[in-house]
Design a protein around this ligand. Sequence first.
Ligand code: 13P
Length: 251
Amino acid sequence: MAARKPLIAGNWKMYGRSAALGEIPALWAQVGGVAGAIDALICPPAPYIAAARQAAAATGVQIGAQDCSPAADDSARTGEVNAAMLADVGARYVIVGHSERRTLHAESNDLVRHKAEAALAAGLTPIVCVGETLAEREAGRVAEVVGAQVRESTPADARIVVAYEPVWAIGGASTPTIPEIEEVHHLIRETLAERLAGEANGVRILYGGSVGPKNAAEIFAAMGVDGALVGRASLKAADFAAIILSHPAAK
Ligand code: 13P
């Protein structure tokens, strides 16, 4: 199987001000020693991406965005930001299809795929989020829902990252069990392989939803988990560093 470099990404969501950018060099001071083995990524709110790139200049921390327009080219779309602009100010990755956007902005699988395609066209790596709600899990529909999300919201291209974020595990206290995480990660890779064949082995699949310093090591040890997408625990350098340092590749 192709070696996959772990990716541990922080999604700052709509939190923080300029002062929070000091967390980036503070993070590097703690994780710089393991940087060759793990990709560390911070995705701040859009207005701070350029300054975050500056704050990260002397570090190996990469910067990403939380969303992009599905339109690849400059056009009349008031309020939107395209992937080429994000790349221009130093982003390397962009999260697309986060459940908060799917829910609050009614984003469909088709729209998410168009965003991921626009990201690829601009040279960014899209992190495509998928995941079931609690009602869908309780109805035994995890494979159906996540399978359809992967088929319909990822482009047929191996230069992507997929993040499995069960909606019910985000922002709360509970996570799926390790076997449940492994089962869905396996399903995602099998679904990717339907279109990408052997190339699917190169796609990193992250787990997201209530990852913190206490449970990260156990989650990273799960089969098929190539890293994490972290919300709350990525806001403070000390917590995020503890998560990164708990990865087996950091030892
Ligand atoms: P929490 O880590 O705060 O649960 O958020 C997860 C998430 O949504 C990351 O994208």
